[in-house]
Write a protein that binds this ligand. Structure first.
Ligand code: SF4
Ligand code: SF4
Length: 489
């Protein structure tokens, strides 16, 4: 793979005064990661910000996402923050609803919904997530790079400073940048940890009792270091080398997937002349698209895996075209089919299947949340023996009743027998008091006349109710002596 610098070629074209020869740039045939130079060293990107249409959209989305990130663990919804992932108790509080590890179906619907949403968005809109919504792009392009430009100056100054010998001024500027980066990363890391502990516990814990919060302090320090490393140094390599999503995107894409592309037919042959020469394309080879790209891509070479869909090149080229008085859209959002002269099919079997699966998953999740019971009740066998024959001739089964209170208020549960009427029940405590989102297990002993057993089994039905209106009937298979009427065969 070669350097991304272009090579020269000669083209013949006819002007008004006859044939003349002129030079234009063509893309090199070799391929090389843009983040590497020909000798394998890293090329550090200093993209020039182009404040065009897409940049304005991205900036709005980026700021909204940053505000959301800070707000979600702060804003209370019910008794908890809007998002609190309490892994100490394995309870996830999301917008007033608490999910338990036992909410298998809910969690499965959530996980499946996320996966098929990624598939649907990726196959339909290409790398829109990477360019517009991914935290890597959001925080790098709209927080860390602007801070860097504020301290070090624009891309040209940054390059100059990096090449300059170390002196007091360079040390001062670089130290300021890394201190500010670390401070921002510290706040981001603390916010991240607050998603798992809650600010109401984390802030006083760190301030008043740091010894008890060593785990959180270590996590904050580790995440801070990771953020500084990633946004301060690793940067675009996260997208081009480390992130698996870019590779997945290749699998999800087809001829109708939305992508950023250069209009070769219109742009080539490129010439540096600012006036429209006969036979020349619209690209004036100004390099604005390349210098704006955060991953250093020259989109004129065609679709490349390093392109993360930021549309910075679109804004850059549109700006150039406007200044030249030519139509915008030399680089634009399009699809492979449109590039080949066809019409893009927004809906096709692949993304329709993803859409149906996505709506099913989110619809199921919504229905499960809305119809979610106030409690989870399960009866399991207890004791070492399946049953005990009593001297009275009755059969006793030991059981354990586990109640998960899914509400944020205390509930008092009672258990009664519905069927058969001859059955008698002893509960180790009644009423069973279960605190908000707590789990309580109690012992039951069910005693049944022996003659009720058929082939060693008898079905019992219980009714579990709570003072908060919960009501559920539960069936349980009691074990007893084998044979009809409890007679051993
Ligand atoms: S090529 Fe264009 S769309 Fe792709 S990452 Fe670079 S600037 Fe963004
Ligand atoms: S910004 Fe437009 S005109 Fe300039 S090099 Fe890129 S494609 Fe050509």
């Amino acid at each position: 793979m070669a350097s991304p610098s272009s090579s020269k070629a000669v083209v013949q074209s006819s002007g008004g005064d006859g044939h003349h020869e002129r030079l234009f740039e063509v893309a090199p045939a070799e391929e090389l990661l843009y983040s590497l130079s020909a000798d394998g060293k890293r090329r550090f990107m200093h993209p020039v910000v182009r404040k065009g249409h897409y940049w304005a959209i991205r900036r709005r989305i980026a700021y909204a996402l940053m505000v959301l990130f800070v707000a979600l663990p702060l804003i209370p919804v019910g008794d908890h923050a809007a998002v609190l992932l309490d892994i100490a108790t394995w309870r996830f509080h999301l917008f007033g609803t608490t999910f338990h590890p036992t909410d298998n179906l809910l969690l499965a619907a959530l996980g499946f919904g996320v996966v098929v949403t990624v598939f649907f968005v990726g196959s339909t809109f290409g790398r829109v997530w990477c360019g517009f919504g991914c935290p890597q792009t959001v925080y790098l392009e709209f927080l860390f790079r602007p801070v860097e430009a504020w301290i070090e100056g624009g891309p040209t100054n940054q390059r100059r400073l990096n090449k300059a010998p170390w002196n007091a001024e360079k040390i001062r500027i670089k130290a300021t940048k890394w201190i500010v980066f670390t401070a921002i990363a510290l706040l981001m890391a603390a916010t991240f940890v607050a998603y798992f502990t809650g600010w109401s516990a984390l802030a006083p814990g760190l301030l008043n009792n740091p010894g008890q919060w060593k785990g959180s302090m270590f996590t904050i320090a580790f995440v801070t270091a990771m953020i500084v490393f990633d946004f301060g140094w690793f940067r675009d390599q996260m997208c081009t080398i480390a992130c698996p999503y870019g590779r997945l995107q290749n699998v999800l894409s087809d001829k109708d997937t939305r992508l950023v592309a250069y209009d070769v037919g219109r742009g080539e042959p490129r010439t540096r002349a600012r006036v429209q020469l006969p036979g020349a394309g619209d690209c004036i080879d100004c390099g604005a698209c390349v210098s704006a790209c955060p991953t250093g891509v020259d989109i004129r070479r065609g679709l490349q895996v390093e392109c993360i869909g930021t549309a910075q090149c679109v804004d850059a080229c549109d700006d150039v075209m406007r200044k030249l008085g030519r139509p915008t859209g030399l680089i634009k959002f399009t699809s492979e089919r449109e590039q080949q002269g066809g019409t893009r099919h927004l809906w096709r079997p692949r993304n329709l299947v993803y859409l149906v699966l996505m709506l099913t998953a989110w619809g199921t999740l919504g229905a499960l949340v809305l119809t979610r019971a106030d409690a989870l009740v399960e009866v399991v066998r207890g004791g070492r023996e399946p049953y005990r024959l009593l001297t009275s001739g009755e059969v006793a089964n030991q059981q354990r009743l586990r109640i998960t209170n899914q509400r944020d208020v205390t509930q008092q549960f009672t258990v009664t027998v519905i069927d058969p009427p001859e059955l008698s029940l002893v509960v180790s405590e009644s009423p069973i008091v279960v605190g908000p989102e707590a789990v309580v297990t109690v012992n039951l002993v069910t005693t049944v006349p022996r003659h009720l057993f058929v082939d060693g089994q008898a079905t019992a039905r219980y009714l579990v109710t709570s003072d908060q209106g919960y009501r559920e009937e539960i069936e349980f298979l009691l074990l007893g002596p084998y044979g009809t009427g409890g007679n051993t065969p």
